[in-house]
Design a protein around this ligand. Structure first.
Ligand code: ADP
Ligand code: MG
Length: 390
């Protein structure tokens, strides 16, 4: 848990934008019994949403197979160090955190690429969970929001993540079998929590890859609502081709196509998580609009970014207001005042952006929008939600 005194001075001077509460950062683990339900996709896109909202964000991939860093355009050639080094040599997470295309969003991988590295990493996670917890706690001084992407099941990585986290989120695919595996997971967590008092509590379940066209999605949503009450978040993440393209693109979907149904659902999910914690959604910025084409950053370890409001003040006012310069800044990943700063200059960003909404998404949204109007309320999205597109 956080030692409040560990927070740096610049952050405490920046009280107006403290994203969670008086002192604390927040660590959330994304956990599920099943693979392929959207943990990694959610970690990357939620992390990007929080970063766009002005948080200093670290996403941690504890699953060597998970592709978290790949989804952010980074492979073994670019990444130097990761969780394995942290556990082996006690390096701080900030030292092995890497910049991404999005200022304010950094990533730590497991750094277990070969079979022997993976064996070593898994062994370390099993034997040194407390070292992982300590490293995450230290990182709270440098990051506002830390998301831990777990492998499927309830292995050593998931247990370590639950010890390090304040809360956990469970993406649930809207299909019948998911209900059984969810019940099993929550049983495991209960058992684990009974033995480890500081294990994270459930922050919420949310449905992923929902498809309005199938009765199954609706049925599962209704049943989960009955079983889990308000622990089932209202936001659902629709099945969306743009989200599935993320691993190929190497950029969070929410930054290159924020108008896709998937992106908007992740912004809603962030809002709901913040509001549930008593935070005002988008406290530091309006819903961001940067449909930005940013090249992958030069690989380099980075200093933890400055607090968002300071970045914004420093970068927003002084720089020349040219779209070309704006994109150059992004390419160099210098920050340009961070995305928080860019939000003040939304028009320029849109002017500079060449990445338009795809026909695929327009068709998809039109179809879902029409359906939503018929079924208003069922999924928590009414007419307002889609009216900007339709
Ligand atoms: P997990 O981390 O739980 O194993 P992933 O996030 O890797 O799951 O997602 C599994 C697969 O499903 C990936 O190919 C991903 O691109 C795709 N996917 C995830 N969420 C969605 C979505 N909402 N719509 C469409 N495809 C998705
Ligand atoms: Mg994964």
């Amino acid at each position: 848990m956080l030692n409040p005194s560990a927070r740096d001075d610049s952050a405490s001077a920046n009280a107006a934008v403290r994203p969670w509460d008086e002192h604390a950062s927040r660590v959330l683990a994304l956990v599920s019994q099943k693979g392929g339900v959207g943990k990694t996709t959610s970690t990357v896109n939620l992390g990007a949403c929080f970063a766009l909202n002005g948080h200093r964000v670290l996403v941690i991939g504890t699953d060597p197979q998970c592709g978290l860093s790949r989804s952010l355009g980074l492979g073994p050639q670019q990444l130097r160090g990761g969780l394995r080094e942290v556990l082996l040599s006690g390096l701080p997470l900030a030292d092995v955190a890497h910049a991404t295309v999005l200022p304010g969003l950094q990533v730590v991988s497991s750094d277990a690429w070969t079979m022997s590295e993976e064996e070593q990493y898994k062994d370390l996670m099993a034997r040194q969970a407390r070292a992982f917890v300590a490293a995450v706690n230290d990182a709270r001084a440098s990051f506002d929001t830390i998301l831990i992407d777990c492998p499927p099941g309830f292995g050593a990585e998931t247990r370590a993540a639950l010890l390090a986290a304040d809360g956990f989120l469970v993406p649930v695919q809207a299909e019948e079998l998911s209900r059984d595996s969810l019940a099993r997971l929550l049983d495991h967590v209960r058992e684990f929590g009974a033995a480890s008092a500081d294990a994270a509590a459930l922050d919420g379940l949310f449905l992923t890859m929902t498809d309005h066209r199938t009765r199954m999605s609706r049925r599962v949503a209704t049943l989960l609502g009955e079983e889990y009450g308000d622990r089932l978040l209202e936001t659902t993440i629709p099945r969306n081709t743009r989200l599935s393209e993320m691993a190929v693109d190497g950029r969070p979907t929410v930054i290159f196509d924020r108008r896709s149904s998937g992106s908007r659902a992740y912004f809603d999910l962030m809002d709901e998580i913040l509001v549930r914690r008593g935070r005002t959604a988008a406290a530091t910025a309006p819903h961001p609009a940067p449909r930005i084409v940013a090249a992958a950053p030069e690989p380099r370890a980075t200093e933890p970014p400055r607090p968002p409001a300071l970045q914004s003040a420093a970068g927003g006012a002084d720089r020349p207001r040219s779209p070309g310069r704006l994109l150059d800044d992004l390419r160099r990943n210098e920050g340009a005042g961070g995305f928080a700063g860019l939000l003040d200059r939304e028009d320029e960003v849109l002017e500079a952006s060449t990445d338009l909404l795809s026909l695929d998404d327009l068709l998809e949204e039109e179809e879902h929008g029409a359906r939503d109007r018929r079924d208003e309320g069922d999924w928590g999205y009414g007419d307002d939600y889609y009216e900007t597109v339709n």
